[in-house]
Write a protein that binds this ligand. Structure first.
Ligand SMILES: [Fe+2]
Length: 183
């Protein structure tokens, strides 16, 4: 091998070694939010993830089990709602990861973390389903809102933005469902 080629390779090896030394460890996250705040925000987002997943499952269950004269309306409405909730869990989980923490994702973990009751084992009547979903959307909104001051204090704009989007959806969906309960 020509001498200059060997030198080039040696240089690359050295650069590689330097880069390896400079690589941050997984625990070294420096995005301008303290370790303490990242942990607290991740914890709040984990509660939001568990609530969102539980409400997703409840809504999908009701899509399957709804009966009565409102079947077509509610079956279709619940499908729109569970699809939205299903799409919402991913950005919440990935924000937890971006903050350096593991995202919960098991029924056992969700059961411990959620503020919502589990899906009823016996399918309720159609309007009782609507009432349960109103309460569920209101509960998720409270969980999201509770975390807002901390995200704001830590200048965590991506989390604040996510919370704002989730609050908008949950409050609007609660209103629409609530309207079905009024005469
Ligand atoms: Fe379906």
């Amino acid at each position: 091998m020509a001498k200059h080629k060997t030198e080039k390779l040696d240089k690359r090896k050295q650069d590689g070694a330097a880069a390896a030394v400079a690589l941050p460890r997984a625990s070294d996250i420096n995005i301008g939010i303290s370790d303490e705040d990242r942990a607290a925000i991740a914890k709040g987002l984990s509660a939001l993830l568990a609530d969102t997943y539980t409400l997703y499952l409840t809504t999908h269950n009701f899509h399957w089990n709804v009966t009565g004269t409102m079947f077509n309306t509610l079956h279709t409405m619940f499908m729109g709602q569970y699809t939205e909730l299903w799409n919402a869990v991913d950005p919440v989980a990935e924000r937890i990861r971006a903050l350096g923490h593991p995202a919960p994702g098991s029924y056992a973990q969700f059961g411990k973390l959620t503020s919502l009751p589990d899906v009823p084992s016996e399918p309720p009547k159609a309007m009782e389903m609507v009432r349960i979903l109103v309460q569920g959307h209101e509960a998720v909104a409270r969980t999201a809102r509770q975390l807002f001051p901390l995200a704001d204090k830590a200048n965590d704009e991506p989390t604040a933005d996510l919370l704002t989007q989730r609050l908008t959806v949950h409050e609007q969906t609660a209103w629409m469902l609530r309207s079905l309960l009024e005469d």
